[in-house]
Design a binder for this molecule. Structure first.
Ligand SMILES: Cc1cc2nc3c(=O)[nH]c(=O)nc-3n(C[C@H](O)[C@H](O)[C@H](O)COP(=O)(O)OP(=O)(O)OC[C@H]3O[C@@H](n4cnc5c(N)ncnc54)[C@H](O)[C@@H]3O)c2cc1C
Length: 353
């Protein structure tokens, strides 16, 4: 079976890797590297979720990242754990009780505890929650590493203009370089997904959710965990850059349009968080802006859609969900169309009129 995967972000890459692992021939075709996967904060977690099914998929997502690392031999996720004090007092206690009630380990820490865990930080509150099972990955780097590891041929820099269908069955994709034939096509094109479905009269609603992410120049190691503060989420990458969202609670960010200049917003973010890092001087290196690929009801859309032989996978929190979605989609495609129970809540039908 030959599968064309459209998209080289984290979702295209995890699906391609898992298809190869199940014996399929795969070609990845993409306009460029992952857009959201480059701009992402990269937090792998299930402490944020929208409903019970979403929580179940996210916890399965954490487990699947461990499997993918073991199977590929790649170190993809920094399992550094997360310290959160976005809430305080009764609200924080209620969050801990809710998450522990779901068997999602969440420890309440005192100031003495977190001072031992993050000795270089200043200006922190009296209490914080600790989720030791969470981690972070560089979305675009992990995508590239997985595609290289699987030895998947990639045609990058080539937009797919149209998905080719004959007699109700997909037969390939059309690009400016001609048609690439395929027995199955996976659309993992992030924010570009819905445009390619229109040809089949499939109108997949998406909502605009642009997000800004800033990175500083590298500094010595001052941070060992992901921090969720009332101002923004923060972590330090392997090269020493401090990475931060420019808004609080970016996973629930409802902004539809960013009208301020990205560098201005990033500098204000830097000023806000600098007092936390008294031992280093932070300098802005880069700010990225990308749309979160967000279906109309803000939940993942995964599974067959339109003509036979076409599968779509588009979602926010694709970093958390990439490993599990890769496994489940590849199994559905290569396993004789046996539908995954875990994917049942995420079919496109619910959004199509
Ligand atoms: C600011 C921000 C912060 C985020 N933080 C988190 C987080 O902390 N945790 C988390 O789990 N998720 C987070 N997300 C969401 C997560 O990053 C995305 O869900 C994920 O990266 C989506 O991956 P993707 O592969 O679907 O899309 P992308 O990475 O956008 O890749 C899309 C691919 O499709 C290609 N493409 C598009 N159209 C075409 C076409 N017509 N022809 C050919 N190729 C095409 C592109 O070139 C690209 O290769 C964040 C997103 C943003 C923007």
């Amino acid at each position: 079976m030959h599968v064309v995967v459209v998209g080289a972000g984290i979702i295209g890459a995890t699906i391609a890797w898992n298809l190869r692992a199940r014996g399929a021939e795969v070609t990845v075709i993409a306009e460029g590297p992952g857009a959201a996967s480059t701009a992402t904060f990269g937090w792998v977690n299930a402490s944020f979720y929208l409903d019970d099914d979403h929580f179940r998929l996210r916890t399965a997502g954490i487990d699947a990242w461990h499997r993918l690392e073991a199977q590929s031999g790649l170190g993809l996720v920094d399992w550094c754990g997360c310290l959160s004090w976005e809430e305080q007092g009764a609200e924080m206690a209620a969050t801990a009780e809710r998450l522990n009630g779901l068997a999602y380990e969440t420890r309440a820490l005192s100031r003495a505890d977190w001072t031992r865990m993050e000795p270089a930080l200043a200006d922190l509150p009296d209490e914080a929650l600790y989720m030791p099972q969470e981690g972070a990955t560089e979305g675009a780097d992990s995508a590239a590493a997985l595609l290289a590891n699987a030895g998947v041929p990639q045609v990058i820099g080539t937009p797919v203009r149209r998905i080719v269908e004959e007699g109700g069955r997909v037969t390939g994709v059309e690009t400016d370089q001609g048609i690439f034939h395929a027995d199955h096509v996976v659309l993992a094109a992030g924010s570009g997904t819905s445009a390619l479905l229109g040809d089949f009269g499939v109108l997949l609603p998406m909502v605009p959710r642009p997000g800004l992410m800033m990175r500083t120049a590298p500094v010595e190691r001052v941070l060992s965990h992901i921090l969720v503060t009332p101002g923004q989420e923060i972590r330090q990458d392997a090269q020493g850059r401090i990475v931060a969202s420019t808004v609080a609670n970016h996973q629930e960010d409802q902004t539809e349009r960013i009208i301020e200049r990205p560098d201005t917003v990033a500098r204000l973010t830097l000023q806000r968080m600098a007092p936390m890092f008294p031992t280093v001087e932070l300098a802005l290196e880069r700010v990225t802006l990308a749309n979160r690929p967000m279906p109309g009801d803000e939940k993942p859309v995964i599974g067959p859609v339109g003509p036979e032989g076409l599968t779509v996978a588009v979602m926010h929190s694709g970093v958390t969900l990439g490993a599990i979605v890769g496994e489940l989609v590849a199994t559905e495609i290569t396993g004789g169309n046996v539908a995954s129970e875990l994917l049942a809540p995420w079919r496109a039908d619910r959004l199509l009129s």
